[in-house]
Ligand binder design. Structure first.
Ligand SMILES: *Cc1c(COP(=O)(O)O)cnc(C)c1O
Length: 238
C-alpha cells in the first residue's frame, strides 16, 4: 500500500483531534485525564502506517484479529508497542497470542479463560484479560451476560496465570449516543455489583468502552480504556 506523502501530518492532526475530544470529555465529566488510556485501533491500516502512529508516542495498539496482531507484533517500528487484542479469540490461537499481548479484552467463556491460563503458564507469564459483556442485547455480538460474567470470574479464581482486570463492552449499533450511554452505564453498574458481592476480590479496575462514535458517552460513564480506530485514520485508508 502506498501512502500520501503527507501521511504523517494527516495522522498527527487526526490524533490531536482525538486527544482533544478525550481531554474535553474528561473535563466535562470532572475526571482526571490520566485515568483514561487510549488504545489506538490499527486494524484498518498496514504495519507501516501503524508504525507511523507509534512514532507519535501512542504505544497502546489494538487489533481485532489475532493473525493481524501476530504479523504486526513482529514488524519493524513496532517493537515497543503494547498490543491489545480487542476481537474474538479462538482457543486454538491462545498459545500464539498470549505472549504477544499486554491485554486481551475479549474473554467470553470459561473455556477460553482456561486456554489462556495454560498458554500463559507455558510462557511462564501471567495474562491480563478483560471479560467481554454483551450490554446491548445485540444477538450478533459476542459477550457474556451477567451470569456468564459471574461464572467466568469464579473460574478465574482457579486460574493461576490469568488476572481479570475488568470488563469490556461494545455499545448497540442502533440507538445513537443515548443508547450507547445506557449500555456503558449498565457495564459500570454490573462492575459495581460484582465488587459489592465480593465476586472479584482483586478488583476490576478497568472498563474498556468507547470508540470513535461514542467515546464522550463512555468517558461520562467511567471508561478507563477507549478503543479508537476510525477517527485516527480519516483520509489515510483506502
Ligand atoms: C474496530 C473496533 C473498535 C474501533 O472502532 P472505531 O469506531 O473505528 O473507533 C473498537 N472496539 C472493537 C472491539 C473494534 O472491533
Amino acid at each position: 500500500m502506498t501512502h500520501p506523502s503527507n501521511a504523517a501530518d494527516i495522522l498527527a492532526s487526526n490524533l490531536a483531534r482525538v486527544r482533544e475530544r478525550i481531554d474535553r470529555a474528561a473535563a466535562d465529566a470532572g475526571r482526571d485525564r490520566s485515568g483514561i488510556v487510549l488504545v489506538c485501533v490499527s486494524k484498518y491500516v498496514d504495519a507501516s502506517l501503524t508504525a507511523l502512529l507509534a512514532t507519535s508516542g501512542e504505544l497502546n495498539l489494538g487489533e481485532s484479529r489475532p493473525q493481524q496482531l501476530w504479523e504486526k507484533a513482529g514488524a519493524s517500528g513496532l517493537q515497543n508497542a503494547r498490543w491489545h487484542l480487542i476481537g474474538h479469540l479462538q482457543r486454538n490461537k491462545a498459545k500464539r497470542t498470549v505472549p504477544l499481548t499486554a491485554l486481551i479484552h475479549s474473554v467470553d467463556s470459561t473455556r477460553l479463560l482456561r486456554a489462556i491460563d495454560s498458554a500463559a503458564a507455558e510462557a511462564g507469564s501471567t495474562a491480563e484479560v478483560l471479560l467481554e459483556v454483551n450490554c446491548s442485547g445485540d444477538a450478533e455480538k459476542h459477550g457474556l451476560d451477567p451470569d456468564g460474567v459471574r461464572a467466568v470470574l469464579a473460574e478465574s479464581q482457579q486460574a493461576e496465570h490469568v488476572q481479570v482486570r475488568g470488563l469490556m463492552t461494545m455499545a448497540a449499533r442502533e440507538g445513537g449516543p443515548a443508547e450507547a450511554q445506557r449500555n456503558f452505564a449498565s457495564l459500570r453498574e454490573l462492575r459495581d455489583e460484582l465488587l459489592d458481592a465480593g465476586s472479584a476480590p482483586e478488583g476490576l479496575p478497568h472498563l474498556s468502552m468507547g470508540m470513535t462514535g461514542d467515546l464522550e458517552a463512555a468517558v461520562a460513564e467511567g471508561s478507563t480504556i477507549l478503543r479508537v480506530g476510525s477517527a485516527l485514520w480519516d483520509g489515510l485508508r483506502g
